[in-house]
Design a protein around this ligand. Sequence first.
Ligand SMILES: [Zn+2]
Length: 253
Amino acid sequence: MKLVDSHVHLASDGLYEDAEEIIANAQAAGIVKMMVITLNPEEFQRAKQLKAKYHDLLDIAYGLFPSDLHEMTEADWNAFYAITQDEDVKAIGEIGLDYHWDKEHAQLQKEGFIRQIKQAQELQKPIIVHSREAMQDTIAIIQTHLRGKGLMHCYSGSAESAKVLMKAGMDISFAGPITYKNARALVEVPPVVPLDHILVETDAPYLTPHPHRGKRNEPRYVTYTFEKICELKHCDSEALSEAVLANYKRLFG
Ligand SMILES: [Zn+2]
Protein backbone atom coordinates (compact mmCIF):
# COMPACT_ATOMS: atom_id res chain seq x y z
CA MET A 1 0.00 0.00 0.00
CA LYS A 2 1.32 3.42 -0.98
CA LEU A 3 1.04 6.29 1.51
CA VAL A 4 1.75 10.02 1.45
CA ASP A 5 2.57 12.62 4.08
CA SER A 6 1.23 15.93 2.78
CA HIS A 7 2.88 18.07 5.49
CA VAL A 8 6.20 17.47 7.25
CA HIS A 9 8.81 19.91 8.60
CA LEU A 10 11.66 17.63 7.56
CA ALA A 11 14.11 20.52 7.07
CA SER A 12 13.46 22.11 10.47
CA ASP A 13 15.67 21.82 13.54
CA GLY A 14 14.49 18.74 15.36
CA LEU A 15 14.06 16.51 12.29
CA TYR A 16 16.73 17.59 9.84
CA GLU A 17 19.60 16.18 11.91
CA ASP A 18 18.07 12.70 11.51
CA ALA A 19 16.58 13.19 8.05
CA GLU A 20 18.22 10.14 6.45
CA GLU A 21 16.98 7.77 9.15
CA ILE A 22 13.52 9.37 9.15
CA ILE A 23 13.30 9.01 5.37
CA ALA A 24 14.35 5.35 5.55
CA ASN A 25 11.65 4.73 8.19
CA ALA A 26 9.08 6.50 6.01
CA GLN A 27 9.96 4.44 2.95
CA ALA A 28 9.79 1.22 4.99
CA ALA A 29 6.26 2.26 6.07
CA GLY A 30 5.19 2.62 2.42
CA ILE A 31 5.40 6.40 2.01
CA VAL A 32 6.05 7.38 -1.60
CA LYS A 33 5.48 11.16 -1.42
CA MET A 34 6.23 13.78 1.23
CA MET A 35 5.60 17.53 1.10
CA VAL A 36 8.45 19.23 2.95
CA ILE A 37 7.21 22.53 4.41
CA THR A 38 9.91 25.21 4.57
CA LEU A 39 9.46 28.56 6.28
CA ASN A 40 12.79 30.36 5.82
CA PRO A 41 15.67 30.35 3.31
CA GLU A 42 17.83 28.05 5.47
CA GLU A 43 15.13 25.37 5.63
CA PHE A 44 14.58 25.76 1.91
CA GLN A 45 18.27 25.14 1.15
CA ARG A 46 18.25 22.05 3.36
CA ALA A 47 15.14 20.76 1.58
CA LYS A 48 16.79 21.36 -1.82
CA GLN A 49 19.76 19.25 -0.74
CA LEU A 50 17.48 16.42 0.40
CA LYS A 51 15.49 16.68 -2.82
CA ALA A 52 18.72 16.34 -4.86
CA LYS A 53 19.27 12.98 -3.19
CA TYR A 54 15.73 11.61 -2.91
CA HIS A 55 14.17 13.13 -6.06
CA ASP A 56 10.54 12.07 -6.55
CA LEU A 57 10.00 11.10 -2.93
CA LEU A 58 10.13 14.75 -1.83
CA ASP A 59 8.33 17.91 -2.84
CA ILE A 60 8.90 21.33 -1.32
CA ALA A 61 6.53 24.07 -0.16
CA TYR A 62 7.65 27.56 0.85
CA GLY A 63 5.71 30.17 2.77
CA LEU A 64 5.86 32.79 5.51
CA PHE A 65 4.17 31.46 8.65
CA PRO A 66 1.33 33.68 9.97
CA SER A 67 2.73 34.34 13.44
CA ASP A 68 6.18 35.18 11.95
CA LEU A 69 4.79 37.83 9.61
CA HIS A 70 5.15 40.77 12.02
CA GLU A 71 8.91 40.20 12.07
CA MET A 72 9.35 39.98 8.29
CA THR A 73 11.56 42.56 6.63
CA GLU A 74 11.55 43.65 3.00
CA ALA A 75 14.50 41.25 2.48
CA ASP A 76 12.41 38.35 3.79
CA TRP A 77 9.64 39.21 1.36
CA ASN A 78 12.13 39.47 -1.50
CA ALA A 79 13.43 36.01 -0.58
CA PHE A 80 9.83 34.76 -0.54
CA TYR A 81 9.22 36.07 -4.06
CA ALA A 82 12.49 34.57 -5.35
CA ILE A 83 12.25 31.15 -3.66
CA THR A 84 8.61 30.53 -4.57
CA GLN A 85 9.62 30.74 -8.24
CA ASP A 86 12.00 27.79 -7.87
CA GLU A 87 10.81 24.83 -9.93
CA ASP A 88 11.13 22.49 -6.94
CA VAL A 89 8.58 24.57 -5.00
CA LYS A 90 5.27 22.82 -5.70
CA ALA A 91 3.10 24.82 -3.27
CA ILE A 92 2.97 28.09 -1.33
CA GLY A 93 2.71 27.29 2.36
CA GLU A 94 2.18 27.02 5.03
CA ILE A 95 0.41 30.36 5.00
CA GLY A 96 -2.76 31.50 6.74
CA LEU A 97 -3.93 32.86 10.08
CA ASP A 98 -2.98 31.95 13.63
CA TYR A 99 -4.88 33.83 16.35
CA HIS A 100 -3.79 31.36 19.00
CA TRP A 101 -0.13 32.48 18.97
CA ASP A 102 -0.52 35.96 17.58
CA LYS A 103 -3.97 37.56 17.83
CA GLU A 104 -2.26 40.93 18.26
CA HIS A 105 -1.23 41.14 14.59
CA ALA A 106 -4.45 39.80 13.08
CA GLN A 107 -4.70 42.58 10.50
CA LEU A 108 -1.09 42.15 9.41
CA GLN A 109 -1.60 38.39 9.18
CA LYS A 110 -4.59 38.86 6.89
CA GLU A 111 -2.59 41.17 4.61
CA GLY A 112 0.35 38.75 4.52
CA PHE A 113 -1.96 35.83 3.78
CA ILE A 114 -3.58 37.66 0.85
CA ARG A 115 -0.20 38.79 -0.48
CA GLN A 116 1.02 35.17 -0.53
CA ILE A 117 -2.19 33.90 -2.16
CA LYS A 118 -1.60 36.47 -4.91
CA GLN A 119 1.90 35.14 -5.50
CA ALA A 120 0.53 31.58 -5.67
CA GLN A 121 -2.00 32.75 -8.23
CA GLU A 122 0.70 34.49 -10.24
CA LEU A 123 2.79 31.30 -10.30
CA GLN A 124 -0.25 29.01 -10.68
CA LYS A 125 0.80 26.98 -7.67
CA PRO A 126 -1.54 25.63 -4.96
CA ILE A 127 -1.60 26.99 -1.40
CA ILE A 128 -1.22 25.05 1.88
CA VAL A 129 -3.19 26.77 4.62
CA HIS A 130 -2.66 26.89 8.37
CA SER A 131 -5.68 28.12 10.32
CA ARG A 132 -5.81 28.17 14.11
CA GLU A 133 -8.66 29.80 16.02
CA ALA A 134 -9.32 31.87 12.90
CA MET A 135 -11.69 29.79 10.77
CA GLN A 136 -14.20 32.50 9.83
CA ASP A 137 -11.52 34.94 8.65
CA THR A 138 -9.69 32.12 6.84
CA ILE A 139 -12.84 31.17 4.95
CA ALA A 140 -13.62 34.79 4.06
CA ILE A 141 -10.14 35.38 2.60
CA ILE A 142 -10.13 32.12 0.64
CA GLN A 143 -13.59 32.79 -0.79
CA THR A 144 -12.61 36.29 -1.84
CA HIS A 145 -9.07 35.77 -3.10
CA LEU A 146 -8.44 32.15 -4.11
CA ARG A 147 -9.02 31.34 -7.74
CA GLY A 148 -6.78 28.25 -7.84
CA LYS A 149 -6.52 25.21 -5.59
CA GLY A 150 -5.27 24.54 -2.11
CA LEU A 151 -5.06 22.31 0.92
CA MET A 152 -6.30 22.93 4.48
CA HIS A 153 -3.50 21.43 6.56
CA CYS A 154 -4.19 19.71 9.91
CA TYR A 155 -7.86 20.46 9.58
CA SER A 156 -9.43 21.37 12.91
CA GLY A 157 -12.72 23.04 11.93
CA SER A 158 -16.29 21.84 11.71
CA ALA A 159 -17.88 19.60 9.09
CA GLU A 160 -19.86 22.63 7.87
CA SER A 161 -16.72 24.75 7.38
CA ALA A 162 -15.05 21.86 5.52
CA LYS A 163 -17.92 21.82 3.02
CA VAL A 164 -17.63 25.58 2.49
CA LEU A 165 -13.86 25.33 2.00
CA MET A 166 -14.15 22.48 -0.51
CA LYS A 167 -16.58 24.57 -2.51
CA ALA A 168 -13.97 27.35 -2.56
CA GLY A 169 -11.31 25.05 -4.09
CA MET A 170 -9.69 23.50 -1.02
CA ASP A 171 -8.93 19.88 -0.21
CA ILE A 172 -8.86 18.75 3.42
CA SER A 173 -5.85 17.16 5.15
CA PHE A 174 -6.07 15.38 8.51
CA ALA A 175 -3.25 14.99 11.03
CA GLY A 176 -2.61 13.24 14.37
CA PRO A 177 -5.29 15.05 16.42
CA ILE A 178 -8.01 12.98 14.70
CA THR A 179 -6.61 9.97 16.60
CA TYR A 180 -6.90 11.65 20.03
CA LYS A 181 -9.57 10.54 22.46
CA ASN A 182 -10.98 14.08 22.82
CA ALA A 183 -11.45 14.57 19.02
CA ARG A 184 -15.24 14.53 19.33
CA ALA A 185 -16.15 17.21 16.76
CA LEU A 186 -13.26 16.39 14.46
CA VAL A 187 -14.29 12.76 13.89
CA GLU A 188 -17.47 14.06 12.24
CA VAL A 189 -15.46 15.68 9.44
CA PRO A 190 -13.99 12.77 7.39
CA PRO A 191 -17.45 11.34 6.61
CA VAL A 192 -18.40 14.59 4.82
CA VAL A 193 -15.13 14.83 2.86
CA PRO A 194 -15.40 12.87 -0.41
CA LEU A 195 -12.58 10.51 -1.36
CA ASP A 196 -11.40 12.89 -4.08
CA HIS A 197 -10.83 15.77 -1.60
CA ILE A 198 -9.01 14.03 1.25
CA LEU A 199 -5.34 13.99 2.27
CA VAL A 200 -3.34 12.83 5.28
CA GLU A 201 -0.26 14.24 6.98
CA THR A 202 1.82 14.19 10.14
CA ASP A 203 2.91 17.85 10.60
CA ALA A 204 6.00 16.17 12.12
CA PRO A 205 7.78 16.86 14.43
CA TYR A 206 4.52 18.09 16.02
CA LEU A 207 1.15 16.46 16.78
CA THR A 208 2.25 12.83 17.16
CA PRO A 209 -0.73 10.47 16.70
CA HIS A 210 -2.03 8.16 19.39
CA PRO A 211 -0.52 5.78 20.64
CA HIS A 212 2.86 7.54 20.27
CA ARG A 213 1.70 10.89 21.64
CA GLY A 214 4.51 12.46 23.67
CA LYS A 215 7.23 11.11 21.37
CA ARG A 216 8.72 13.04 18.46
CA ASN A 217 6.51 12.70 15.41
CA GLU A 218 7.83 11.48 12.06
CA PRO A 219 6.26 10.60 8.68
CA ARG A 220 6.03 6.84 9.30
CA TYR A 221 3.37 7.54 11.96
CA VAL A 222 1.00 8.80 9.25
CA THR A 223 -0.28 5.19 9.22
CA TYR A 224 -2.23 5.82 12.47
CA THR A 225 -4.03 8.84 11.02
CA PHE A 226 -4.63 6.95 7.78
CA GLU A 227 -6.17 3.97 9.62
CA LYS A 228 -8.38 6.24 11.72
CA ILE A 229 -9.76 7.87 8.59
CA CYS A 230 -10.44 4.45 7.04
CA GLU A 231 -12.39 3.57 10.17
CA LEU A 232 -14.38 6.84 10.22
CA LYS A 233 -15.20 6.68 6.51
CA HIS A 234 -15.92 2.93 6.59
CA CYS A 235 -13.71 2.54 3.57
CA ASP A 236 -11.28 -0.02 2.32
CA SER A 237 -7.67 0.93 3.05
CA GLU A 238 -6.53 0.13 -0.50
CA ALA A 239 -9.21 2.44 -1.94
CA LEU A 240 -8.29 5.24 0.46
CA SER A 241 -4.58 4.92 -0.27
CA GLU A 242 -5.19 5.10 -4.02
CA ALA A 243 -7.45 8.13 -3.61
CA VAL A 244 -5.01 9.98 -1.37
CA LEU A 245 -2.09 9.41 -3.74
CA ALA A 246 -4.17 10.52 -6.73
CA ASN A 247 -5.29 13.65 -4.82
CA TYR A 248 -1.71 14.46 -3.89
CA LYS A 249 -0.55 14.16 -7.50
CA ARG A 250 -3.47 16.17 -8.87
CA LEU A 251 -2.93 18.99 -6.38
CA PHE A 252 0.87 19.19 -6.41
CA GLY A 253 1.57 17.43 -9.74
ZN1 LIG B 1 3.17 22.77 9.73
